[in-house]
Ligand binder design. Structure first.
Ligand code: GCU
Length: 598
């Protein structure tokens, strides 16, 4: 018969407790415990996990994470979910794409997997790394709450050292993708609210003494002859050995309280889209060794122009979301190769990875293939700018993005947001993000996609005073009417720094039921691109363009008969193969721009 345990007791009492998640929202898995991953061996935990959706957070209320595995026949009290048996889900994935019944599910979902630990290796440290989980991810190990991470697009680590049992351990993750006003992004976005552990999940085993971080860059002094290396390490030795063989560098960095820096006079071959030269760097500290492939380049603003390695560079770009009709927000090497191939066919040298941090594979591929990247955090539309917790979340996502990718030569801009109304709280919030970006990375530009004052046809967003490059999203021909305003904006605005068109475009549907002319027809989309390119070619104040967008993408708020839950502004359909006429028009336009720039 029934033998009530403390769990059963709690299952009754918790019904009256609406503070149940407060102790489980430490957000202690954040940029402060990131681990440099270059060259590290990992043990993948990708694959099938036990899975259950949990709309009412019953799992947190009833503490499913404290249940022990046992056959149903042996349980001595009722239970509402058994983390150890039942449905499974393949990780990485977005649960929406796994089963029809989960397509519009928003809430918490439970992932459970066993991991067998052989305690043979002494003095090692063991971490769980998750490449990204949308949005709040709470980690439990053998029933103990380790911590949680906020943010749907940046990696995070939970340290398991000294908490593991020899043999079988149980890892549980409670992932919640609720849309709320205080999150980043908040509850209203023009992209689909995927959920789940949608990038790799893996175990990282390191020696006891480790290198936490390695930051390598060309000192932006326009002489291209000085590289700066920062390291952070935890251990007894007071130096880190650095090797860049191809540059004849074999030196040590002395550590003070775990941190050290060095400047080295060398003349590296510069990285650029035309010549994406990368150097192998190795860092050794006690038993730990990491490596990376780093390009050296200088991006800077002079007046209203953007210079790469001293060459005035026009950014011929395209915007991209992470979205796939089959995989949702999961990206694969094949998907990324196709993305860059299409960008190459467009004659791009630049891409805007909107509106959040993309997979590290994408950034590394941009390094190898030679594309300039605008990277971004999802401070999108009406963020809760007056909420300190929201700022902490945004700032953490920004630092996590920067720490993950600041060795990537391809990233030239950190964007701190998109289309936010110019209010006092927003100005404080985002100018502080700009300061944080500069503090964590001295060799990149800071931007944002700003709104134009269309009443005055002027760029007067106060945030622009804090930026290096101003992005403006303009949709003449789609949301705005008078193309000549584009000329007036240039004449009325004198921001004294480069302006790029961070978005422009129009929807064009070419599926079943498509219309020949008018809004949402391919012909109208082409007309808009024709007129846009005619105007943009004449505007000297524009130093780059990233039209919206390479591929059609899911957006719940797009439900007319041509959209059916998709934003149709893609130059290529959601099959990521069928090109619309505007694709070829833009490609030809960029050929022309490229010929003019030599
Ligand atoms: C906005 C916004 C995009 C959105 C686009 C659109 O500029 O930044 O996220 O998808 O317009 O309306 O299609």
């Amino acid at each position: 018969m029934l033998e009530r345990s403390e769990l059963a007791e709690n299952a009754i009492n918790c019904l009256h407790d609406e503070q149940y998640d407060m102790p489980l929202n430490l957000q202690n898995l954040n940029h402060t415990n990131m681990l440099f991953m270059g060259g590290r061996e990992t043990e993948s935990l990708n694959g099938d996990w036990n899975f259950a959706v949990d709309l009412l957070d019953t799992g947190l209320r009833q503490r499913w994470y404290n249940m022990k595995p046992m056959p149903a026949e042996k349980r001595s009290e009722p239970w509402d979910y058994d983390p150890y048996v039942g449905e499974t889900i393949s990780v990485p994935s977005c649960w929406q794409m796994q089963k029809e019944k989960w397509y519009f599910f928003e809430g918490s979902a439970w992932y459970t997997k066993a991991w067998d630990y052989d305690a043979a290796v002494q003095d090692e440290r063991i971490f769980l790394r998750i490449g990204a989980a949308q949005y709040d991810c709470k980690i439990f190990l053998n029933g103990e709450f380790i911590g949680n991470h906020y943010g749907g697009s940046t990696p995070f680590f939970a340290e398991f050292t000294d908490k593991l049992s020899a043999g079988r351990n149980w890892i549980m993750c409670c992932v919640n993708n609720n849309r709320t006003l205080d999150r980043v992004p908040m509850r209203n976005t023009d992209w689909f609210n995927y959920g789940g552990i949608y990038r790799d999940i893996e175990i990282v085993r390191t020696p006891k003494e480790i290198i936490r971080d390695l930051h390598v860059y060309l000192v932006p002094n326009s002489q291209y002859n000085l590289i700066h290396i920062d390291v952070e390490a935890e251990g007894s030795t007071d130096h880190v050995k650095i090797t860049i063989a191809e540059l004849g560098i074999n030196t040590s960095i002395v550590l003070t309280e775990g941190k050290g820096s060095i400047k080295l006079e060398v003349q590296p071959e510069l990285w650029s889209p035309e010549n994406p030269k990368l150097y192998d760097i190795t860092a050794t500290f006690c038993q730990d060794q990491i490596n990376d492939r780093v390009g050296f380049r200088q991006i800077e603003v002079k007046g209203t122009d953007i210079f790469l390695n001293g060459v005035n560079t026009f950014l011929r770009g395209i915007s991209v979301h992470e979205d796939d009709q089959d995989l949702g927000k999961v990206v694969t090497p094949e998907d990324l190769k196709r993305r860059f191939q299409h960008a190459k066919e467009l004659n791009c040298n630049y891409m805007r990875f909107a509106h959040y941090t993309h997979h590290e594979m994408a950034i590394k591929m941009a390094d190898e293939l030679g594309f300039l990247i605008w990277a971004e955090i999802p401070v999108y539309w009406a963020i809760d700018f007056e909420n300190p917790a929201t700022y902490q979340d945004a700032e953490n996502q920004l630092i996590e993005m920067i720490k993950r990718d600041r060795n990537r030569a391809s990233v030239i801009m950190w964007s701190v947001g998109n289309e936010n109304a110019d209010t006092d709280p927003r100005l404080i919030f985002m100018s502080n993000l700009v300061k944080t970006a500069r503090k964590n990375d001295p060799c990149r530009l800071v931007s944002a996609a700003c709104l134009v004052n269309h009443a005055k046809n002027k760029i007067e967003d106060r945030l622009v005073n804090h930026l290096d490059v101003i992005g403006i999203n303009e949709y003449y021909g789609w949301y705005e009417e008078v193309f000549d305003d584009l000329i007036e904006i240039g004449e009325n605005s004198n921001p004294g720094k480069p302006v790029v068109i961070s978005e422009t475009g129009a929807d064009g549907f070419i599926g079943e039921g498509a219309i020949k002319t008018g809004f949402f027809s391919e012909s109208y989309m082409t007309e808009v691109y024709q007129k846009q390119t005619e105007y943009l070619e004449r505007l000297d104040y524009i130093k780059g363009i990233s039209p919206w967008i390479l591929y059609e993408f899911r957006a719940e708020r797009r439900q007319n008969i041509f959209q059916s839950g998709w934003n149709r502004k893609g130059l290529i359909c959601n099959d990521k193969s069928t090109k619309k006429a505007a694709f070829h028009l833009l490609a030809d336009f960029y050929v022309k721009l490229k010929s003019q720039s030599v």
